[in-house]
Design a protein around this ligand. Structure first.
Ligand SMILES: Nc1ncnc2c1ncn2[C@@H]1O[C@H](COP(=O)(O)OP(=O)(O)O)[C@@H](O)[C@H]1O
Ligand SMILES: [Mg+2]
Length: 120
């Protein structure tokens, strides 16, 4: 099991069309057309503990969206991501973070295996 697993997460943002001309921008204040932005399409990788990687790509490639999903700030529309065995942003991940940040270092208080408590 990789420390980070990314299995084809997809993110669809719902936003509104904005025109490029002054008139279109003015019009969009009153009439707004909903559009879907497909930010991630088919990225899958597994990162092992201790592995280093660079995450590069052109503007709009989906780097920030991927990192937001990995940190639990955003949830993918579909697909699966796990970090250290947890789904980022899930209640289990939150419980783990609490156990790391609090002074209670007894993982069994949280039903978590000792293997995943590396911090002192
Ligand atoms: N909050 C948002 N609402 C609508 N579209 C978004 C939002 N955030 C990002 N996007 C779109 O998703 C795509 C990926 O963006 P992003 O993850 O920020 O790319 P990167 O960080 O690689 O430049 C782009 O087309 C961007 O315009
Ligand atoms: Mg970015």
């Amino acid at each position: 099991m990789g420390i980070i697993e990314i299995e084809n997460p997809k993110k669809v943002y719902t936003t509104y069309e904005r025109g490029s001309s002054f008139f279109d921008t003015l019009k969009s204040l009153f009439v707004r057309k909903k559009i879907e932005v497909h930010a991630l399409k088919g990225i899958s990788l597994e990162i092992e503990e201790g592995e280093l990687l660079g995450f590069i790509g052109p503007n709009g490639a989906g780097k920030s969206t991927t990192l937001k999903i990995l940190t639990g700030v955003l949830h993918p529309t579909s697909g699966h991501v796990s970090v250290m065995g947890f789904v980022p942003g899930s209640s289990e991940a939150h419980t783990w973070e609490t156990s790391v940040l609090s002074s209670d270092r007894n993982p069994s208080s949280y039903g978590i295996s000792r293997h995943w408590i590396p911090l002192r």
